[in-house]
Design a protein. Structure first.
Length: 148
């Protein structure tokens, strides 16, 4: 039981650190002078980070506790969930980001696309962190993707 709680606490800590250093991390992944300034000034980094964290942890929770099926407990099933969240989250973030910029009369379509391509790395990492944090309480999928 203690190991399970440790994994959960570490996963939450990593996620909180990602939230705290979101601007630094996301700007290391993608930086464009005008675009990044507008992302910061309009607090879009926080919105993108919140969506990414919510989607990664949410899809992991759905996999381990809603789907939670013996038929869906292989590593390739987990990988399919990773691919789904890694593709869908940046698409959602792209539309949110461009919507905010369009309403402000700014066009950063190409920069937003490049940014979201780099955001895929962060989303994938968050999903892996979430998976290893919460999988231990799943009745059927706790051995996925790597057995204990």
């Amino acid at each position: 039981m203690e190991k399970k709680v440790t994994y959960l606490v570490v996963g939450i800590a990593i996620t909180v650190l990602y939230w705290i250093f979101k601007v630094e991390i996301l700007e290391k992944l993608y930086f464009a002078q005008g675009f990044s300034d507008e992302m910061y000034n309009n607090s879009i980094y926080g919105i993108v980070t919140a969506i990414s964290i919510g989607m990664a942890w949410g899809v992991a929770a759905i996999y381990y506790y809603v789907i939670n099926s013996v038929r869906f407990a292989r590593w390739w099933h987990w990988l399919s969930m990773l691919v789904i969240v890694t593709l869908i989250t940046p698409i959602i973030c792209y539309f949110v980001t461009t919507g905010i910029f369009n309403s402000a009369g700014k066009d950063f379509t190409h920069e937003a696309m490049a940014f979201e391509l780099s955001n895929m790395i962060a989303v994938a990492a968050l999903f892996v962190v979430a998976s290893f944090s919460i999988r231990w309480w799943s009745s059927n999928c706790r051995h996925t993707p790597i057995p204990q």
